[in-house]
Design a binder for this molecule. Structure first.
Ligand SMILES: *Cc1c(COP(=O)(O)O)cnc(C)c1O
Length: 397
């Protein structure tokens, strides 16, 4: 990791300054290069650029100085060989898979996934002739069995959406590598601040930077980080020719988001833990799931691979959909939204929104019943968040 962080500054300093390239105008804040193309002084220069003899910007689908600053800042923080800014989190998920698999390959994934990730693996990849297998992510025997016939790659999310299941990154990485597969982890819920998948053997990490990295609900974005071989052999050409690159404006917003990422994530964690403890005491609440609560089913694993619980809470209300909708309708502060990781507290009813497409049997198998709500705790005063929940859930009777 040290050699990947050439400045020698500590990671918090890199979040504020990493990747900064000042223009000739000596600006304090990172410059926003809103340009799609670049000009050449001579045709010889253009020829050399296209031949790859000189390293320079050619076209913003390939690279852009503001996007490069964002990529370098996140790359240093994650400790990866490379980072590519992407148009959205889903562009990152799709490119990480589609750039490396071909017909006849096998992908093994955990079942508890963000809805669109499930669609890519369950619907799109099989239509291209890729075999895909889902396992219960917390059951290591299922991973072992699914990986045994040989696999190209593994895709998983931990903590998972919305039930906050934790998957053992080291154990799955070891099994995957033994089977010749590389491991892709969607690290969105944990954020790069609270979980460092590469420390546990994971090869490729993806983010929806739309979530905590922007964190203020403004822009879509994503990122893929990993080892040089993955970029050189697969991703670089896929990116150039299919075009899911990040816009410079969005990269600029993400750069500024990174400067306050640790501060925001720390406060998100403090607020979420207090809200989770409060919800546990409320009548009408059957179950509260939050990674750092002592009754989390994988509390020991949480301690081993995460340094905080992040800001998502799953809570199950007594009384099913009617009770859940009644509570949602009574909220005054917390907004109903399927987004998450925002400074504003947001809540959603997964079974009728984000997981509506999932067959009921699969949904119930994951524990997503009609009384379940997913709360993304924001940065408001925690007492106001608690008051809003107490009042709304109390409306039940
Ligand atoms: C939001 C999200 C995505 C998709 O990201 P977009 O930026 O919305 O495309 C993927 N995985 C997880 C876990 C997410 O929360």
């Amino acid at each position: 990791m040290a050699e990947k962080n050439r400045s020698g500054y500590r990671l918090q300093t890199e979040l504020v300054r990493g990747g900064m390239e000042r223009s000739g105008f000596d600006e304090t804040s990172e410059a926003l290069y809103l340009t799609s193309g670049y000009v050449y002084g001579t045709p010889e220069e253009a020829e050399a650029a296209f031949k790859g003899d000189v390293d320079r910007y050619i076209y913003s689908r390939y690279g852009n100085p503001t996007v490069s600053m964002f990529e370098e800042r996140l790359r240093i923080f994650e400790g990866a060989d490379f980072c590519r800014g992407m148009a959205s989190g889903m562009a990152a998920v799709f490119a990480a898979l589609a750039s490396q698999v071909k017909a006849g390959d096998r992908v093994v994934a955990s079942r508890a996934l963000f809805g669109s990730c499930h669609y890519i693996i369950n619907d799109i990849l099989p239509s291209y002739g890729v075999e895909t297998v889902f396992v219960d992510g917390t059951d290591l025997d299922q991973w072992e069995a699914a990986l045994a016939p040989g696999a190209k790659c593994v895709f998983l999310e931990t903590p998972s959406n919305p039930m906050l299941e934790i998957i053992d990154l080291q154990a799955v990485s070891d099994m995957a590598h033994a089977a010749g597969a590389n491991v892709i982890v969607d690290n969105v819920f944990a954020t790069p601040v609270l979980q460092r998948p590469m420390d546990f053997g994971v090869d490729i990490v993806i983010y929806s930077t739309t979530k905590h990295i922007d964190g203020q609900g403004r822009c879509m974005g994503g990122a893929i980080l990993g080892p040089d071989w993955f970029d050189e052999d697969h991703l670089k050409q896929f990116m150039r020719h299919t075009g899911p690159s990040m816009s410079p404006f969005n990269a600029w917003v993400m750069l500024k988001g990174m400067e306050t990422l640790t501060l925001r994530v720390e406060r998100h964690c403090q607020n979420a833990l207090q809200v989770a403890l409060h919800l546990r005491e409320l009548p009408g609440v059957n179950r509260v799931i939050y990674p750092t609560l002592d009754d989390h089913p994988q509390a020991a694993l949480v301690k081993r691979q995460m340094t905080g619980g992040s800001n998502i809470i799953a809570l199950e209300l007594e009384g099913g959909k009617a009770a859940a909708f009644k509570a949602l309708n009574a909220l005054k502060l917390i907004d109903i939204s399927n987004n998450l990781g925002d400074s504003k507290s947001l809540i959603t009813h997964p079974s009728t929104t984000t997981h509506q497409r999932m067959p009921e049997e699969d949904r119930l198998h994951l524990g997503i019943n009609d009384g379940l709500l997913r709360l993304s705790v924001g940065l408001e005063d925690v007492e106001d968040i608690k008051d809003d929940l107490t009042r709304s859930i109390g409306v039940q009777g």
